[in-house]
Design a protein around this ligand. Structure first.
Ligand code: ATP
Ligand code: MG
Length: 438
């Protein structure tokens, strides 16, 4: 992509309404633009990141055996009356009437909708287990939308739902998702700690929140200091039964809880082993058994032909919130520092002097070669001052910056800067593609 043609409306000034780094940087880097309170337009650079996160989340869901579906954002209020949640949800739910005056709502979550699908089609224990996921926009009319996409009113969520015959099988599905979440966040370059949590309006008694530590996080959390040292390696655990069991045991044997669950009187840790901090909730999983299947009549025939309610769990990941969470975890005073897996482009190519014929020709050639090699590159071919070019690249945080200027070019040399470390090196231009392909 040529920067001269790209829609990248960066801002020089820090917008006054942005209180935290990720919000500031997303606005300044031209990733999003607010449409109304807590509702955002996603611009090209922001959308590329959102899609990359979405794809990692999707890939890990599929590896765990879950299957993708897509449910509507607009749901019938009748379903929510059946489960009894229509009134419970209160003002967070955006209620809508159609031209026939029928009641609808913009889904804040989808337990009712999915139960309606599965009660129609899952009939026998032979149809189980099933795990269905979607990546879809949700709407919650939050009292205080803030921090940009971190607490929006409209936000993108991966939600999935497991269906099992009995509690034991249901808990196994829950554990498998517990592992899928650790693998997903590790792949995104985040250390997310699973914490015992309240299940709130979703219901049930088994629930974990996955929390990324950050000083700007909204939750106060308490955890075993050993969590500082364990970094889950995505390759360490597969989805085998033994690995699922070992992973859950390893992670749940250490104490970690959000402030809603933390009680100093019952905390098993000595003060010296307890750490507290602030964190961002990036995922939340629940096992709630028959809370929805029972009132909504989602029953299944067991092996003796007896009807039993489906045992269900639900699992959410804040896909759009993750964009902000990753930036909170990875930025400096000059801008964003994208982990390579979610970076909008891997390489920023800077032509230092577009008015210098040789410099322009060498940059154009390298741009073409990088594209041919399948490397995602944003090429700054604008007629701008070098200082402006460098600061744009630092702001948008691409992992590698490659600069071609007249002086280096005289020796056939390009400069490569690693955004994360600031480390610079010189390389023959002819070796750049090979070095960046590695
Ligand atoms: P929170 O406690 O942050 O309000 P929640 O517990 O209400 O979140 P869940 O119902 O567990 O949220 O939703 C699943 C995931 O969706 C959350 O873990 C979070 O990552 C994300 N999420 C929830 N609310 C928002 C929001 N307003 N904006 C962006 N992401 C959100
Ligand atoms: Mg939650």
């Amino acid at each position: 992509m040529r920067l001269s043609e790209y829609f990248l409306p960066t801002l020089k000034e820090t917008p006054a309404e942005a209180q935290i780094a990720s919000h500031r940087l997303m606005l300044r880097a031209g990733m999003v633009r607010q449409a109304s309170a807590g509702i955002y337009n996603w611009l090209p650079l922001g959308l590329r990141v959102l899609k990359k996160i979405e794809n990692i989340v999707r890939d890990e869901q599929e590896k765990s055996g879950a299957q993708e579906i897509l449910m509507p954002t607009i749901q019938s209020a009748d379903l929510w009356k059946e489960s009894g949640r229509y009134d419970d949800y209160g003002k967070e739910m955006l209620r809508i009437r159609d031209r026939q005056d029928r009641e609808f709502l913009y889904g804040p979550t989808n337990e009712e909708q999915i139960t309606d699908i599965t009660r129609a089609f899952l009939k026998s224990y032979k149809d189980l287990p099933k795990n269905l996921f979607q990546i879809q926009w949700k709407f919650r009319d939050e009292t205080r939308p803030r921090f940009g996409v971190m607490r929006g009113r409209e936000f993108l969520m991966k939600d999935n739902y497991s269906f099992d015959l009995n509690i034991k099988a249901g808990r196994y599905s829950y554990n498998k998702m517990f592992l899928a979440y650790l693998r997903t966040f590790a792949r995104l370059g985040l250390q997310a700690i699973p914490m015992a949590a309240e299940s709130g309006p979703i219901g049930g008694d088994l629930s974990h929140e996955f929390i990324v530590l950050a000083p700007t996080g909204e939750s106060e959390v308490y955890f075993d200091k050993e969590f500082d040292d364990i970094k889950i390696l995505e390759s360490k655990y597969t989805y085998s039964e033994a690995d699922v069991a070992d992973c859950v045991k390893t992670y749940t044997s250490k104490f970690a809880a959000t402030d809603e669950k933390y009680d100093p009187k019952t905390c098993p840790l000595e003060e010296k082993d307890l750490k507290t901090g602030r964190g961002i909730e990036v995922g939340h999983i629940f096992f709630f058994g028959d809370k929805y299947s029972k009132p909504m009549g989602a029953t299944i025939q067991d092996a003796d032909g007896k009807p039993v309610p489906l045992q269900m769990g639900s699992y959410g990941i804040g896909v759009s919130r993750l964009v902000g969470a990753i930036i909170e975890a990875s930025h400096d005073e000059n801008g964003i520092i994208w982990p390579e897996v979610v970076a909008p482009f891997k390489v920023g190519l800077i032509c230092l002097r577009v008015d210098d014929e040789g410099c322009k020709a060498a940059s154009e050639k390298l741009y073409g070669d990088l594209q041919k090699a399948g490397i995602e590159v944003l090429y700054d071919d604008r007629n701008e001052r070098p200082g402006a070019k460098f600061s744009t690249m630092d702001l948008i945080g691409l992992p590698y910056q490659v600069t071609i200027g007249p002086r280096g070019l005289a020796n056939g040399i390009a400069e490569i800067k690693v955004r994360a470390t600031g480390e610079k090196s010189e390389l023959p231009i002819k070796d750049v593609v090979k070095s960046l392909s590695a």
